[in-house]
Design a protein around this ligand. Structure first.
Ligand code: XMP
Length: 329
């Protein structure tokens, strides 16, 4: 793609010009496409004066930390450190049931970890990092400042969105936003040129607060997170095996804080209920639920109930957005 090749060369040039020869740049990688492509581009421009951090919040999916770290390190050779902050996040979230409180706590912890990272780095380098890379896209630019008189409000008022890219305001860092003129499909093309693996570029969106918005209520209760990870993995693998992954905008499982009565062999069980949600969408602003065929659903429910201890009932969410949102919290 010649056009994207030009964009790439231009953005590398701009980045080189912007960042002085002994200045340092930091970046929070979320594991998503945008921050990964942005960081890879900046790395091409300034090399290891880029310093990336990936935070394991304890709210990631099955083997997600290993999988994304392997892409960052083995495929992309990004200078990245992984901070395991699961205990910190989960202890702050203990007992918290309100969805907005959960989102705020997660946002706050992120900033605090990122602050620590920047300070550590300053000690190591003997100087402050001066730039922050963000994977802001063109639609984000329009969304956060709707044209005057458009009648549009800020799109993030329904839920306080937390985005790993959208970090600190008071750190006085200058921003590098190499993707801010691009749409998502263009970012994917750019990522292809930068050798970001195809499977990574096609991953479904994943919310910043992670599984916290998919375990309803207190995320630390019982082994909710572990059960959710297993159910989600079976669901996603089944979707991939059926060749449906690329036709679906987003698919995931949700853990409900209720138990239902079931029967296994000749035993009564009293176990958890999980929900499967799959949607199609253009941009996440509106969505339709995805219609799986009967056999697919029969197989996936059987796999879940046979393999995941503690689940005896599987439901499917067949609500569009609106009136529902994509995520349950
Ligand atoms: P909702 O649930 O608001 O989700 O209909 C719309 C899209 O946004 C994703 N989402 C988030 N993404 N930080 C993010 O980066 C967040 O806090 C967040 N909350 C929701 C959601 O997965 C869907 O794609």
């Amino acid at each position: 793609d010649w056009e994207m090749q030009d964009v790439l060369e231009e953005e590398i040039k701009v980045t080189k010009r912007m960042v002085g020869p002994d200045e340092h740049v930091i970046c929070a990688l979320s594991g998503g496409v945008d921050s990964t492509v942005a960081a890879t581009l900046v790395h091409k421009a300034i090399g290891d004066r880029l310093h990336c951090i990936f935070v394991d919040t304890g709210l990631l999916r099955y083997k997600e930390r290993e999988r994304v770290m392997s892409t960052f390190q083995s495929d992309l050779h990004l200078p990245v450190i992984c901070i395991d902050a699961s205990d910190q996040f989960l202890s702050k979230l203990k007992g918290v049931k309100d969805p907005e409180c959960k989102r705020k706590i997660i946002g706050r912890e992120f900033i605090s970890i990122f602050d620590d990272f920047a300070q550590e780095l300053e000690k190591k380098l003997g100087k402050k990092p001066t730039f922050l890379v963000q994977g802001t896209l063109y639609p984000d630019v329009i969304e956060s400042c709707p044209p005057p008189g458009s009648g549009k409000t800020h799109s993030h008022t329904i839920k306080s969105h937390h985005n790993v890219g959208g970090l600190p305001e008071d750190m006085k860092l200058k921003l590098i936003e190499p993707l801010k003129c691009l749409f998502k499909d263009e970012v994917r093309k750019l990522g292809g040129i930068l050798n970001v693996p195809e499977s990574f570029l096609k991953r479904h969106p994943f919310p910043g607060p992670g599984l916290a918005v998919r375990v309803l209520g207190d995320v630390t209760e019982g082994n909710a997170l572990e059960i959710l990870r297993q159910v989600d993995e079976i669901f996603i693998q089944s979707i991939k095996e059926a060749g449906l992954y690329d036709s679906i905008w987003q698919a995931f499982a949700v853990f409900l804080p209720v138990q239902s009565v079931g029967v296994q062999g000749d035993h009564r069980t009293h176990s958890h209920v999980v929900v499967l949600r799959a949607i199609t969408s253009e941009d996440g602003m509106t969505a339709d639920w995805y219609y799986f065929d009967h056999k697919f659903l029969v197989d996936v429910v059987r796999k879940i109930c046979n393999n995941v201890r503690g689940v005896n009932r599987v439901c499917q969410d067949i609500t569009s957005k609106p009136p529902a949102t994509v995520e349950w919290e």
